[in-house]
Write a protein that binds this ligand. Structure first.
Ligand SMILES: CC[C@@H](C(=O)O)C(=O)SCCNC(=O)CCNC(=O)[C@H](O)C(C)(C)COP(=O)(O)OP(=O)(O)OC[C@H]1O[C@@H](n2cnc3c(N)ncnc32)[C@H](O)[C@@H]1OP(=O)(O)O
Ligand SMILES: [Co+2]
Length: 134
């Protein structure tokens, strides 16, 4: 069911400073900042050879990552996103297996303009997993 690792997301307190760490420290090319109000974050993507890094900054205290940032003020690994060919089939299979799809259970459009859902970290060994239909 899961395909490529589409991205690894890192929640950061300061998107510009984190972007500079990757650009100046690691020689990475940082993409443009995208504000995604529906997701409560602004993001920048870094393409690497076999996946992407997604730098995430909370837009405000109502962001779904606000509590994470309160627990991890310096930032930290936030989620992994896997590609799936059929998000509806993936959700049915996961719900049938007892996993929780977060939010109202319906996909939102993610940063790449494709539908995404999130699975509860407690159902996947303490790791927040995002699925993106590709
Ligand atoms: C840019 C768009 C899109 C893309 O296209 O790539 C994105 O990536 S948007 C990214 C931001 N959006 C989301 O993360 C949506 C899904 N997340 C959520 O709904 C919430 O973050 C959450 C997972 C429900 C957690 O919310 P929180 O307010 O932190 O709830 P709790 O404080 O009750 O935490 C519950 C429990 O889960 C642990 N937790 C929280 N976040 C993570 C995490 N990232 N990784 C692992 N574990 C996490 C938290 O520590 C609590 O555990 P206990 O303390 O042991 O109960
Ligand atoms: Co993501």
């Amino acid at each position: 069911m899961i395909g490529r690792l589409n991205h690894v997301a890192i929640a950061v307190p300061d998107l510009m400073a984190a972007s500079a760490h990757y650009r100046d420290g690691l020689g990475a090319t940082v993409g443009p900042v995208q504000v995604l109000a529906e997701h409560g974050v602004r993001v920048a993507f870094i393409d690497v050879a076999n996946t992407r890094i997604e730098l995430l900054e909370a837009l405000d205290q109502t962001s779904p990552i606000a509590s994470f940032m309160a627990r991890n003020p310096g930032g930290g690994m936030h989620h992994m996103c896997f590609e799936v060919p059929d998000l509806d089939a993936a959700m049915r299979r996961l719900v049938d297996a007892g996993a929780r799809v977060l939010g109202d259970g319906t996909p939102k459009i993610g940063a790449h303009g494709r539908p995404v859902v999130f699975l509860h970290p407690k159902d996947f060994d303490g790791t927040l997993i995002e699925l993106e239909q590709v």
